[in-house]
Design a protein around this ligand. Structure first.
Ligand SMILES: C[S@@+](CC[C@H](N)C(=O)[O-])C[C@H]1O[C@@H](n2cnc3c(N)ncnc32)[C@H](O)[C@@H]1O
Length: 322
């Protein structure tokens, strides 16, 4: 099956990553391998690309797309939180750049058949990595009502979270909810018509987003990843993150901000006691957004926010050696 995905903000990503010929780069979210191909074109013939994706379809596709660079790439099927293990396996203490393009590929959304979309009737699965245990169906049928409501609110900012959770809890007593179609129908019957008509988005959008985030533990893994990734950047190496909703972007923004501050003492302390040093320099002070032309051409990229930061050299860093 052909793998479809149009890369978001390709020119801006390449400008931010500033790939050096011969450098070592990691694409932590290969997807359709569009960004990975662009990186390879800039770093070859002597560079190295490490590619990661937790979706087996993306890895199979990347093997084809990146075949011309086969001798210089290393692909890993797994979660990007395992980046340190993968780099250790390759005996690479640090790298020149790391790219994270979060969210779903067009393939996952439109053709994977795993229930990521409310536009089709599919099994309620939503796992990006089908080797993991919990599917959306398990959460919908097993989480207590109050935890369902919290999930819809926390990860989807769904204003009717309690009402929808109650409707789910009532409906599943009679028949388990196993398909996206059943869930969409339930949400349509639960969200007040006036409210649904006023919203510019489909009434199931937020619940679907919340379930996907919960199934794939997206936010906790992102925060965990950012902590370890910066440690594996070479001085002057760059990290670029494309986020697709405000919850993700907030985590990236706060993390970059915190690591780019010299002093991390609590406010009100008269003198700095932490002797803190900034680890990062923010290359983008504000998130970059796609041009109107790109947003029209590639609607999936519309809500993208791109942030980039550069690792600062610290005293004692060996200059230029990895
Ligand atoms: C938006 S697509 C990436 C598109 C890619 N940059 C391109 O140019 O084609 C996001 C990809 O990230 C993968 N992904 C999301 N979270 C991940 C994680 N925690 N670990 C590994 N892969 C992840 C998804 O499976 C998906 O294939």
């Amino acid at each position: 099956m052909a793998y479809r995905h149009v890369s978001a903000m390709p020119n801006e990503v390449m400008t931010c990553l500033a790939c050096k010929p011969g450098g070592i780069y990691v694409d932590c979210t290969l997807g359709g391998a569009g960004h990975a191909s662009a990186i390879c074109e800039r770093i070859m013939p002597d560079g190295t690309l490490i590619g990661i994706d937790q979706d087996a379809d993306a890895i199979a596709n990347a093997r084809n797309v990146l075949a011309p660079f086969a001798d210089h790439i290393h692909l890993f099927h797994g979660n990007f939180i395992h980046l340190p293990d993968y780099l250790d396996q390759l005996h690479l203490p640090t790298v020149d750049g790391i790219l994270l393009d979060l969210g779903l590929s067009q393939h996952q959304l439109e053709t994977s058949g795993r229930g990521f979309t409310f536009q089709k009737d599919e099994p309620l699965d939503m796992r990006m990595d089908v080797r993991t245990r919990t599917r959306a169906e398990d959460l919908i049928n097993q989480l207590p009502e109050d935890q369902l409501a919290t999930t819809f609110w926390r990860y989807g900012e769904e204003r009717w979270s309690k009402r929808i959770a109650k409707a789910v809890a009532t409906a599943r007593r009679n028949t388990p909810i196993r398909t996206t179609g059943q869930l969409v129908q339930l949400i349509r019957e639960t969200v007040p018509r006036k409210s649904a008509a006023k919203q510019k988005i489909h009434p199931a959008t937020r619940v679907f987003m919340a379930l996907r985030i919960a199934v794939n533990e997206e936010l906790s893994r992102l925060a965990e990843f950012l902590n370890v990734a910066v440690e594996r950047l070479h001085p002057n190496g760059r990290i670029c993150v494309l986020a697709f909703h405000s919850l993700e972007d907030r985590i990236v923004k706060q993390h970059f901000k915190q690591l780019s501050q010299r002093c991390t003492c609590p406010p009100g302390i008269p003198e700095c006691r932490c002797e803190g040093r900034a680890t990062l320099r923010r290359v983008t002070k504000k998130a970059l957004r796609p041009s109107t032309e790109e947003a029209d051409r590639n609607p999936m990229a519309r809500s993208t926010r791109l942030r980039c930061a550069e690792k600062l050299a610290q005293e004692g860093d060996a200059n230029g050696s990895r």
